[in-house]
Every structure is written in structure tokens, then in C-alpha cells.
Design a protein around this ligand. Structure first.
Ligand code: AMP
Length: 415
């Protein structure tokens, strides 16, 4: 199978790594990719938001499966011309990707499907925002309605800051605060059949102890030893299947990856958000544990034959990934710095480095090219061992001003 992956972050590196290990994959391409992905796939310089360019590349390569990684191309509708041309694609249509592209649409789908989520108001004026904030009280949750790369959400007890964030967005969703630990649960779906993956937890705040600003994600781990038994079954029944059914009923069937961000609150499981693609960095740990070859699973979703797939096989091992970010991330990431120690980090064979924002320099060196630069990943007999290995890898890497959290999976590993 010739496979083309669209995107160029650590999630796409994780996808490409798994696809490159699948014996059914004969050719692997990625557009635009990054310096790490170049080791396992052929890169193509393409504007990933341009559906015509992506289609042209897929046709030229004779791609038999196109996997669209990030949300921006999905929301821009890159999957649609591919599907129209009869090329199997993993990723939803532009219409279905509104599940992530618009918080208001997502809330409407949840209401229609009876999916438990935070009560919310959609607001477009300062007066509406103030009223909504006062209706719920502190802590305040204010979400930019559109795509914001995981950075459009402000959770604060400062009413002025909440109002200021609302004023800086065209349209916001203001909602009740959900307490309790967060879980990310991914499901692969062809629009009808839903196949849940293993749950993971990510770390959204920039600094140790969940301090600092929200980011795209600073690390993740799986499995979750503390999660209640039966969580996946419960979320399948109360969230994932009803949402997929509701989207099909509306005439916008969703095929690809449905990501449920959940809060396990004192009053039960609630959806914090849906995403329309693999989450980054949770994908790095979920795929580290998936034993079933990936291409066939993604192709079955693209072809609408998930009901015929054998049950997924999982490793008993635990996986941890630690993100190395550039100086100034998330506010003003500094780029263009050389990264050293990449080979050393992988030398003992226990950790591997997935590239996020990197590019090849002129002399064969690897340079930072984004806010999140690397995602150092390891598996182990348990979370403690996986952490130890991932952090040993991180310790061998040097990037000027580079930053990472030191407490990824710490609580879960020591509980
Ligand atoms: P989102 O982009 O919707 O996932 O929000 C980013 C982060 O903000 C989430 O991972 C939560 O930590 C936090 N968050 C979002 N919505 C809520 C909520 N209703 N209550 C508490 N925290 C929230």
C-alpha cells in the first residue's frame, strides 16, 4: 500500500513511524513533514491547506491511502477532493470537521446526541459575555469559537481576564467549570462503526504542577492506572457512538479520528471538547502501545469497512512522551537553533525521538522550527520505567533555551 501522510508535527512522525513498521506499506510519503519524518518517509513540499495541491500529489504518487494529521487542513476541507476522486482518506470532511472547527457546532451536536458536557452560552458581545460569566460564576471558562491550536481557551478566576479574552475573540463559548481529572479517548470511525483506542492523559499547561499558560500539550502517558474500570465502555456508550450516529443523522457523517477530551467530574463523565484528528502528544503514546499494524486500520476507516476488522491488539507496556519546546513557547517561540544529542538520546534503544518543529539545516544539522520541537517517547514495563527512559532521552538532548516539564506521568507512576 502506498500511503501519503499530510502534516509535519510529532503526531505525523508517530503516524509515519507506525506506518513504516507496517509490512503492508510499500511506500510512505509525507507532506510537508519535518527533519525526523524524512528518516522514514519521502517528503514533498506542499501547502497542506490547499486541497488541489494535496490531490495532485496523491494522484501523482498513486497513493492508496491519504492520512490527514492536523486539524487545519481538515477544517479547510483537504479531505473532500481526495474522497471525491475516489482515493481512500483517513480524516473527516470539512463539514464534519466543524466538530472541532467550531465549539458552537460541537455543543449543538452534543445537545442533539444527548452527550454529557458543560452547560454553555455562545456569546458575541461584551454584554452577553458578562452575563454568561456571572451566570456560572468563577472559575470562568472562555473559549474562542474557532480553531486556536489548543490555545484559545482561558480558564481563570479573574473576571476581568475572562472578559478581556472574550473581547479579543469574535465569538466565544462560555461554559461551566468542570472539576476532576482529564482523559483523552480516541476512537477510529468510518461514520458508523466506532473503534475506541486506549485512553491517555496529556499535560496542557506549560510548567510543572500544571502552572503557566495553556499549550498544545507538553507530554502524555498511557495507560491510566487510576482510571475507573469500564471507562472506555461507558464513554463508547454515552459519548462516542451517539456522536457518530448524530453526525450521520445530520447528513455530515464523520470518518476518521474522533477525539473526546473528557473530564471525570464528581457528577460523572463530561465532554470538555471534541477534536477531529489524532491528538498531539497523546498519539505518540497510544501508537507506541498499538500492536495491530496501523495502515489496515486507517484504510478500513477510509473504506467504511471497520466492522470487518479484527479486534485491536495492545501492548501491556506503558508509554510516556515528554515534549521539548523552544525558548519562549507558547507566547513567542524562538526558532532556528541547532539541536544536539538526537542520536545519543536513542542510542540505548529504549527511547525514540519524534520530531515536531524541526527542519534540516544546510550542513546536515537539525534546527528547531517551531514551538514544540521534539516529543521524546519511551515504553517500559510500567509508567515509572517508561518515564525514566523518556527523561533519560530528554537529558541527552541539547537545545538552547529548550524547556520541558519534569513531572509528566509522575503522579500516575507513583500512585
Ligand atoms: P480545550 O481546548 O477545550 O480542550 O481546553 C483546553 C483546556 O482547558 C482543557 O484541557 C482543560 O484543561 C481546560 N478546560 C476547558 N474547558 C473546561 C471546563 N469547562 N472546565 C474546566 N477546564 C476546562
Amino acid at each position: 500500500m502506498k500511503v501519503l501522510v499530510i502534516g509535519g508535527g510529532a503526531r505525523e512522525h508517530a503516524l509515519c513511524r507506525s506506518l513504516s513498521q507496517d509490512p503492508s506499506v510499500t511506500e510512505l510519503h509525507c507532506a510537508p513533514g519535518n527533519a525526523g519524518i524524512a528518516r522514514v518517509a519521502t517528503l514533498h513540499p506542499v501547502d497542506q491547506l490547499d486541497g488541489a495541491q494535496v490531490l495532485d500529489l496523491a494522484v501523482r504518487l498513486g497513493a492508496e491511502l491519504v492520512v490527514v494529521g492536523p486539524e487545519a487542513p481538515l477544517v479547510a476541507g483537504v479531505a473532500d477532493p481526495l474522497r471525491a476522486a475516489g482515493i481512500p482518506v483517513f480524516g473527516p470532511s470539512a463539514e464534519a470537521a466543524q466538530l472541532e472547527g467550531s465549539k458552537a457546532f460541537s455543543k449543538d451536536v452534543m445537545a442533539g446526541a444527548g452527550v454529557p458536557t458543560a452547560r454553555s452560552y455562545v456569546c458575541t458581545t461584551p454584554e452577553e459575555a458578562a452575563e454568561a460569566l456571572d451566570a456560572f460564576g468563577a472559575p470562568y471558562v472562555v473559549k474562542d469559537d474557532g480553531l486556536a491550536a489548543g490555545k484559545g481557551v482561558v480558564v481563570t478566576s479573574d473576571r476581568e481576564a475572562a472578559l478581556a479574552h472574550a473581547a479579543s475573540c469574535e465569538r466565544v463559548v462560555i461554559e461551566e467549570y468542570l472539576d476532576g481529572p482529564e482523559v483523552s479517548l480516541f476512537a477510529i470511525t468510518d461514520g458508523t462503526t466506532v473503534l475506541p483506542l486506549q485512553p491517555a492523559q496529556d499535560f496542557k499547561r506549560a510548567l510543572d504542577g500544571d502552572e503557566g499558560p495553556n499549550t498544545g500539550g507538553m507530554g502524555a502517558y498511557s495507560p491510566l492506572p487510576w482510571a475507573p474500570a469500564g471507562l472506555v465502555e461507558e464513554v463508547m456508550e454515552s459519548v462516542l457512538q451517539p456522536t457518530v450516529d448524530e453526525l450521520r443523522r445530520r447528513g455530515t457523517p464523520f470518518s476518521g479520528l474522533l477525539y473526546a477530551g473528557l473530564a471525570l467530574t464528581s457528577r460523572g463523565t463530561r465532554v470538555i471538547e471534541f477534536n477531529a484528528r489524532f491528538g498531539d502528544p497523546e498519539t505518540q503514546v497510544v501508537l507506541a502501545r498499538l500492536r495491530t499494524p496501523l495502515a489496515g486500520v486507517l484504510l478500513a476507516a477510509g473504506n467504511g469497512t471497520l466492522d470487518q476488522l479484527e479486534p485491536l491488539r495492545w501492548s501491556e507496556e506503558a508509554a510516556v512522551t515528554v515534549v521539548v519546546a523552544s525558548e519562549g513557547y507558547p507566547a513567542a517561540p524562538r526558532t532556528g537553533d541547532p539541536i544536539e544529542g538526537l542520536a545519543e538520546a536513542e542510542a540505548d534503544g529504549t527511547a525514540y525521538v519524534l520530531h515536531a518543529g524541526t527542519r534540516a539545516g544546510g550542513d546536515g544539522e537539525v534546527l528547531s522550527a517551531g514551538g514544540r520541537v521534539l516529543s521524546v517517547t519511551a515504553t517500559g514495563a510500567d509508567l515509572a520505567q517508561a518515564r525514566e527512559r523518556a527523561y533519560a532521552g530528554v537529558g541527552r538532548i541539547s537545545l538552547k533555551g529548550g524547556q520541558h516539564r519534569t513531572d509528566i506521568a509522575l503522579k500516575a507512576a507513583t500512585a
